[in-house]
Every structure is written in structure tokens, then in C-alpha cells.
Design a protein around this ligand. Structure first.
Ligand SMILES: [Zn+2]
Length: 193
């Protein structure tokens, strides 16, 4: 478990050093005038999400209520703006998930909030996908949960290392090794709204 502290003043100074000393940009160049401050804010916005026990997540998972429902609950096309931890370039994740409640559920918007919160940090797509399933289990203890993430990675697009799009999938409970249920999930997330 890591404890994250973001020192904005320190980051601002070092970004200024990188631009001026490391790259040779003039300190008076108007295009870069507020860049160190903006980058420090961006670091603060995104890196605090790496804190494993931040209160935002605990607050979200407090919200749940009992339900008598044995069907599938599906959320699809949740868009999350994230950062690649290797290059610190943007990634866009499109998340769809399904779960089968075990007498407990929550409001749909809370699921979106959890997913947005988990993605708002520099994170590998594989880790992000698995964390969604793990947090859903911790939160609602469903009979089964499955999550699929399509990621668009600017680092891959820019450097042409590989195609910029990648898909990852994680599951637990009833979805594990159940081909029919996985196929039903894939079919449902493809249907038009
Ligand atoms: Zn990258």
C-alpha cells in the first residue's frame, strides 16, 4: 500500500527546470508562461488517485441497498479519462460491466462514480480492469461480475509501437469459465441503447 502526497510547489519548480534548463525554452516564452503551474495541478488531480485508501472510494461504497432480483445488471460505455503510467500520456477507457446481485445493489450512477474514480490516476489498463472487479466484489458481494475495457492509448498512437486500441477483461464468481454467460454479456453490451 502506498501513501501518496503531492507537493505542487515542488512539481512546479521542477517542471520549470525541465523546460528552461532541460529543454532550453526561454523563461519569457509566453506559450509556456503558466505551464509549470498547470502541470502541477494536473499531477495533483491525477496522482492523488494512486492513494489506496483515499476516502472518496470508501464513501462511494457506503451506498447500497437490498434488492430481490436474480437477473443481470449491465452498465455499458462508461468513458474514463486516465493516464498511462509508462509515458504519462492520456488513455481513454470505455468500460462495460455486468453483475448478478446477491440481495444487494446500488444506484447506477454510483457504479459510474466508482469506475471514474478508479481510472483517475496513472494506471495500466489490466490493473484498472481487475480493480473494477475487485471493488465490485468488496462493495456488493455479487454472485458474479464481469468487466470489459476498451482502451485508447495516446502513447501507442504517437509512437506507433502497436495499435492504439486494446481490450481487457476480468471476471469473478458465476462468470468464471461460463461461456454462455460471457456470450450473453458480450451480446447485451453490443445492443444499441
Ligand atoms: Zn504508455
Amino acid at each position: 500500500m502506498q501513501k501518496i502526497k503531492v507537493d505542487k510547489d515542488y512539481i512546479e519548480k521542477r517542471v520549470r527546470d525541465i523546460l528552461v534548463e532541460g529543454v532550453g525554452i526561454s523563461e519569457n516564452d509566453p506559450s509556456f508562461k503558466n505551464t509549470p503551474k498547470r502541470v502541477a495541478k494536473m499531477f495533483s488531480d491525477f496522482f492523488t488517485g494512486l492513494d489506496d485508501d483515499r476516502p472518496e472510494l470508501e464513501n462511494i461504497i457506503k451506498r447500497h441497498f437490498p434488492v430481490e432480483y436474480d437477473g443481470v445488471v449491465i452498465r455499458r460505455g462508461i468513458k474514463v479519462f486516465s493516464l498511462c503510467p509508462h509515458h504519462l500520456l492520456p488513455s481513454i477507457f470505455e468500460v462495460s460491466l455486468a453483475f448478478i446481485p446477491n440481495k444487494r445493489t446500488t444506484g447506477f450512477s454510483n457504479i459510474t462514480k466508482l469506475i471514474e474514480n478508479l481510472g483517475r490516476k496513472p494506471v495500466l489498463q489490466e490493473t484498472f480492469t481487475q480493480q473494477i472487479v475487485d471493488w465490485m466484489n468488496k462493495w456488493l458481494e455479487p454472485k458474479g461480475v464481469i468487466c470489459i475495457v476498451n482502451g485508447y492509448h495516446m502513447c501507442s498512437e504517437i509512437y506507433k509501437v502497436r495499435e492504439g486500441e486494446a481490450t481487457t477483461q476480468a471476471s469473478s464468481g458465476l462468470y468464471v469459465n461460463n461461456h454462455d454467460m460471457v456470450m450473453q454479456f458480450l451480446k447485451l453490451i453490443k445492443e444499441e441503447n
